[in-house]
Design a protein around this ligand. Structure first.
Ligand SMILES: O=c1[nH]cnc2c1ncn2[C@H]1C[C@H](O)[C@@H](CO)O1
Ligand SMILES: [Zn+2]
Length: 390
């Protein structure tokens, strides 16, 4: 029995009741954890592979390729999940390819109702055809601006910021940290470290994190996905992470007694007290073995305990998901209604690597009015939790 199974048993929780999909799609959403190289359109992968002469794709039928990614990544292992990115990175080696992929990313997110996104990628993985790190970042940012323009022309408002990832197993973290600082007034909102967690401690890249700290840069760290508390402790206390990518294994530091009383250890308390956001990605967690099922996922436990939890896609292609689908899974698993969707969205906006006045404007001028409109339109929908209480 997992900790959240136990907690679910201790607290009565609502039966399944999916929210209407179009309602979820139209709700304004904020996405902080989405990988550019994990979210390509399958058709784009096929077309760019043809252009680049890359003939190692498992299939060139777009729908079948989408299924292949999801199935291949569905192994219970983060390492095998990450192997699938060889195919996407292979077609992301020129400025026009990066521009196209970034523009389509912004368009797809806007069509899914995302109003603000931070999209990440590892520049060092896009140098094989001779681009420089600066050229990679410039091409992606130009693509995001184009995608924002196309979305606006279609009547959808979205703003996309970039996060630059270093890779845990590689040795370019300081260079990428410097790159993130150099581009911070030109579309780059912060730094992340990704890749295989086991055997690759983030603390090995202390020089990068020291540089980021001394420059006052914003930092998120993938941690607590394949490794538990030790990895989260490092991320927060040694690397200075303002947010944690995944972080779901923080439950290792939470105890629930038979009578339902809850005790947080020192690390879990620190994360909650300091409002360090957990960028939770449920579907990805099921694929990599960080969680066992949607109803057994610790996101609901963490939310109820007051952690700053937000909901994310991680990799829309590799995990075969969208923000709308992630919300739908939780609505079904936990009986969530618009109030919980709004809560996750406000949490994400508060944790965004945007200036304070822009975060406030996002909450007050976009999210709150958006959910108020939604509530007035969705009076017909009564979440089971509310119906039971009525
Ligand atoms: O969930 C993840 N954990 C660790 N690394 C990840 C995850 N999803 C994607 N990545 C890696 C693979 C990509 O090539 C890289 C940069 O986006 O980040
Ligand atoms: Zn990730």
């Amino acid at each position: 029995m997992t900790l959240s199974d136990k907690y679910t048993d201790a607290l009565p929780h609502s039966p399944a009741h999916p929210l209407p999909e179009d309602l979820v799609r139209q709700a304004p959403k904020v996405l902080l954890h989405d990988h550019l190289d994990g979210g390509l359109r399958p058709r784009t992968v096929v077309e760019l592979a043809q252009e680049a002469g890359y003939d190692a794709l498992p299939t060139t039928v777009p729908a079948a390729l989408g299924e292949w990614f999801r199935d291949a990544a569905d192994s219970g292992s983060l390492e095998r999940y990450l192997e699938t990115f060889a195919h996407t990175c292979a077609v992301m080696q020129t400025a026009p390819a990066l521009f196209r992929i970034a523009a389509e990313c912004a368009e797809d997110l806007a069509a899914d109702g995302v109003v603000y996104a931070e999209v990440r990628f590892a520049p060092e993985q896009h140098l094989a055809a001779g681009l420089t790190l600066d050229e990679v970042v410039d091409a992606v940012n130009a693509g995001f601006r184009e995608g924002e323009r196309r979305a606006a022309a279609a009547g959808r408002r979205i703003l996309v910021s970039t996060l630059l990832c270093a890779m845990r197993h590689a040795d370019r973290a300081l260079e990428i940290a410097e790159l993130a600082v150099a581009h911070r007034d030109r579309g780059v909102a912060g730094f992340d470290i990704a890749g295989g967690e086991i055997g690759n401690p983030a603390s090995r890249h202390a020089a990068a994190f020291d540089h980021l700290r001394s420059e006052g840069a914003r930092v998120t760290v993938h941690a607590g996905e394949a490794v538990g508390m030790e990895s989260i402790r490092e991320a927060v206390l040694r690397c200075g992470a303002h947010r944690i990518g995944h972080g779901v294994r923080i439950t290792d530091d939470i105890e629930i007694a038979a009578d339902g009383s809850v005790r947080l250890g020192r690390l879990a308390s620190y994360v909650r007290d300091m409002r360090i956001a957990l960028e939770v990605c449920p579907t990805s967690n099921l694929q990599t073995g960080a969680a066992t099922s949607y109803p057994g996922h610790p996101i609901d436990l963490l939310r109820r305990l007051g952690f700053r939890v937000c909901l994310n896609t991680d990799n829309r292609l590799v995990s075969g998901t969208t923000m709308t689908q992630e919300f739908q899974h939780l609505a079904t698993a936990f009986g969530y209604g618009p109030a919980e969707l709004e809560e996750f969205t406000v949490n994400a906006a508060k944790a965004a690597f945007l200036p304070f006045d822009e975060r406030t404007a996002l909450v007050d001028e976009v999210i709150r009015p958006g959910y108020a409109r939604l509530r007035s339109r969705s009076l017909g929908h009564v979440p089971v939790r509310d119906a039971a209480a009525a």
